[in-house]
Design a protein around this ligand. Structure first.
Ligand code: PLP
Length: 360
């Protein structure tokens, strides 16, 4: 009997015992007064890792990105962003709704890159007809793809040349760092290198790092001081939040190097699927495996897996995400179930309606 193998997202992890002990032991204050020592320690630590002057602990990545957008842009400004980027597509339109900031979405290639010529063409001249182009926003990893350093350098270089600020949605910055060996000698150095191209970086502790809650926005002291006002206005001023910050600090200290194991498990899953005609692995670069399913088998496969204790998301394109709470045995169980499905069930399964998209 297997415990559930939950591959829906790397957000489903439970805090480890050691993490819970760190939370229990955390000295606490009131962070709205600025005197929670555990929050202050986390902010200093993540600012140091990302090579920025300051950082601000946030309840979620969505709030962290929104604070960044509202700090870089004023009413009537615009940010250039990928059509499928989280900050554009998966955050409820917050920049437009709450920030009066116009998104300028651009088509992305298969690895998430927007073409430099498209970025250049989207930057608008100073003319009252246009919104003011103010910010370029990238995402790394994007759908599990680590971005090429050369691309980061070129895209942010272009933005800077044209007077735009740059923000990185680095919800999975450390997955990118671990998967970009030319970025630095170790994961911290690589994360700092990737962050160095940007004026601000948002990182999530609640994804692959395994903390229950939390993100941080990192940037210059001046930027973070402005972001603090927005965070308060958006309802993100928390009190004894050191209990959460302690979990994030524990994650930074103990759960970064091990991300390589998640990436290896994703590879193991991808390789184990080779040879099933109805499945095509689209990508498995870090901890996210995207699989295209032909023949309309997606929904039946997902339902079959769920019956056998394996959870994933998607319909035509399935998404499997590895993390702290999945091991080799779990991946092998998932593989065995998938092989079994195509041996016994697929022939009899009615092709189902296909629609929908991956869930974050
Ligand atoms: C999860 C995620 C976010 C937002 O994080 P929440 O904490 O869920 O609000 C932002 N960007 C990317 C790329 C993400 O995967």
């Amino acid at each position: 009997m297997y415990k559930t193998v939950d591959l829906r997202s790397d957000t489903v992890t439970q805090p480890t015992l050691a993490m819970r002990e760190a939370m229990l032991a955390a000295p606490l204050g009131d962070d709205v007064f600025g005197d929670d020592p555990s929050v202050n320690a986390l902010q200093a630590h993540i600012a140091d890792i990302t090579g920025k002057e300051a950082a601000l602990f946030m309840p979620t990545g969505t709030q962290s990105n929104l604070c960044a957008l509202m700090t870089h842009c004023e009413r009537g400004d615009e940010y250039i962003v990928g059509q499928l980027a989280h900050t554009y597509r998966f955050e409820g339109g917050g920049a437009a709704v709450l920030g009066s900031i116009q998104p300028q979405p651009l088509t992305q290639g298969a690895t998430g890159e927007m073409q430099l010529t498209d970025i250049a063409a989207a930057i608008k001249p100073d003319d009252p007809h246009f919104a003011r182009s103010r910010l370029l926003c990238l995402e790394n990893t994007w759908n599990g793809h680590p971005m090429r350093l050369a691309y980061l350098a070129q895209a942010t270089g272009l933005a800077r040349e044209r007077g735009l600020a740059t923000h990185l949605d680095g919800a999975r910055l450390f997955n990118a760092a671990v998967a970009t060996p030319d970025a630095g000698a170790d994961a911290y150095a690589a994360a700092r290198h990737i962050a160095s191209y940007f004026d601000s970086v948002s990182v999530c502790f609640s994804k692959g790092l395994g903390a229950p809650v939390g993100s941080a926005l990192c940037g210059s002291r001046a930027l973070i001081a402005r972001a603090l006002r927005w965070r308060k206005m958006l309802g993100g001023g928390m009190r004894q939040s050191g209990v959460l910050a302690a979990a994030a600090t524990h994650a930074l200290d103990h759960h970064i190097e091990r991300l390589a194991q998640d990436h290896a498990l994703a590879q193991r899953l991808a390789q184990g699927l080779a040879g099933i005609d109805a499945l095509t692995v689209r990508s498995a670069q870090t901890n996210i495996v995207f699989v295209d399913v032909t023949g309309g088998h997606g929904p039946a496969l997902l339902a079959y897996l769920a019956q056998h204790g394996v959870l994933a998301t998607g319909l035509i394109g399935l998404r499997f995400v590895t993390h702290l709470d999945v091991d080799e045995a779990g991946i092998d169980h998932a593989l065995a179930c998938i092989h079994q499905f195509f041996k016994t069930q697929a022939g009899t399964a009615a092709p189902a309606q296909a629609a929908g998209s991956a869930v974050y």
